[in-house]
Design a binder for this molecule. Structure first.
Ligand code: URA
Length: 442
């Protein structure tokens, strides 16, 4: 078999066989297929697509490229969660402790941010002492001891995805449904959890810009999960503006703590409640593990609210931070997390209603301030980021505060302020506020 012929076949819109897909994944993982040939095939897949059978084969080949985490000796329902990537998305830091406090085992492997979207590991790294670099044994021990663990992709799980994702990132081949679905699901299939909840982001700050594409991605991933014998649920959520009030690593950790203390921004809280409720139902702890059962979901939503009000979710977060070596004192005193030296308010120059947001641009501005990286090698400034004071649909007056920027880099602050202001549109007529939940695929 020759890689040249596989590329040529996909270029000519032909369907690849299981053997050809396995040849590609194995060869690229072991280094016998070079980057330039892999990049050519990825681009051909982006342009000509893959059908469901090819996508499933690609996922399975990527899942088989490394080890699998065996959690079968850990009792209880084990859940994993994954977001397709958004701006200001700190939901894992909230739904993890909520559901773990209610007895679900959260076995999570998270990534770092790249480009406009953030990553949970970068957020957790802003906590002094926190380590996301866990061995197989440490991962399982913590899951058993406190019911929640979140590690970076350091274990030898789905190494094909690790390599391919890095290549996709620099070859404009990320936003492609079969490639996203296989990337996410290969990691989920090897992480050992028996149920998977997917948060598929849709809108200006997401890979999927329109609803139809988001549904297709959600359906593809749910089908792969089910075919592999995992309970899988996808929530499609709105990403036409940043989630919550903050973008940037330590700012987002602090916002997650606020939500766990009971005072979260409404849309963020709604999404976290829905994801947590879906996870609780899927775990089977409330009876039938049917995430379409509205009565069970209602019961789960009440339990989620109670867990926040009682302080149990916050306690679980504290336990989780400590278990991974973090200093939890920032939970009581937010000043403990490092703060940016420079602060710049951005005010609105029009009167009306916030009608539109280029959420990806807000993510790019956050990167410019230092909160994200443009290449894998860049270091990030955990104190940099943005506090957003207004949400879409809010009334705003001329001169009123839209956002506050935080950075340690004086050179970027003016450009960042101009770009942030330009990322929002103001309309003279009122705008309907959209629900953060756009749909559910189960
Ligand atoms: N997240 C992933 O893990 N992979 C993708 O391809 C996109 C988002």
């Amino acid at each position: 078999m020759r890689m040249y012929d596989i590329i040529d076949k996909k270029k000519n819109k032909e369907k690849l066989t299981k053997e050809e897909i396995e040849f590609f994944v194995k060869g690229y993982t072991d280094g016998s297929i070079p980057d330039y040939q892999a990049a050519a095939l990825l681009m051909a897949i982006c342009i000509n697509g893959m059908d469901k059978e090819e996508t499933v084969q690609l996922t399975l080949a990527m899942a088989d490229s490394g080890e699998r985490l065996d959690l079968s000796d850990i009792p209880g329902a084990k859940l994993d969660k994954h977001s397709t990537g958004g701006i200001g998305d700190k939901t894992t830091l909230i739904v993890g402790p909520i559901t773990a406090a209610l007895g679900v085992k959260i076995a999570k492997m998270s990534g770092r941010g790249l480009g406009a979207t953030g990553g949970t590991i970068d957020k957790l790294d802003s906590i002094p002492g926190f380590s996301s670099d866990l061995s197989d044994e440490a991962f399982k021990r913590q899951l058993l001891d406190i019911g929640m663990v979140d590690a970076a992709q350091t274990l030898n799980l789905a190494p094909a995805d690790k390599k391919l994702y890095q290549l996709r990132d620099v070859t404009a081949t990320v936003d492609c449904i079969p490639l996203i679905a296989s990337s996410i699901m290969s990691k989920k299939l090897v992480s050992g959890a028996d149920s998977i909840i997917l948060d598929v982001k849709c809108g200006s700050g997401a890979f999927m810009k329109n609803y139809e594409e988001a549904v297709l991605l959600a359906e593809t991933m749910v089908d792969i999960g089910k075919m592999a014998g995992r309970r899988t649920l996808a929530v499609i959520s709105d990403m036409n503006e940043p989630l919550g009030k903050t973008v940037g690593n330590s700012l987002e950790v602090l916002e997650a703590v606020e939500v766990l203390k009971g005072s979260g921004e409404e849309r963020l809280l709604t999404l976290c409640r829905e994801l947590s409720a879906g996870m609780l139902v899927m775990s089977g702890m409330l009876g039938e593990a049917d995430p379409g059962n509205e009565a069970l979901l209602d019961k789960a939503r009440s339990l989620v609210d109670e867990t926040i009000v009682s302080g149990k979710a916050l306690n679980k977060f504290r336990e989780f931070v400590r278990a991974q070596g973090g200093d939890d004192s920032f939970i009581d005193d937010r000043n403990i997390l490092s703060k940016a030296v420079l602060k710049r308010d951005v005010v609105c120059d029009k009167e009306g209603y916030l009608s539109n947001c280029d959420a990806e641009e807000v993510g790019n501005v956050s990167c410019l301030l230092g909160a994200g990286r443009l290449t894998k090698e860049d270091s990030i400034d955990s104190s940099a980021g943005i506090i957003i004071h207004k949400k879409l649909g809010d009334r705003i007056k001329t001169g009123e505060l839209l956002a506050t920027l935080y950075t340690n880099n004086e050179d970027v602050i003016e450009t960042a302020a101009e770009r942030l202001a330009a990322a929002y549109c103001v309309s003279s007529s009122p705008i309907d506020k959209k629900s953060v939940i756009m749909g559910v695929v189960s």
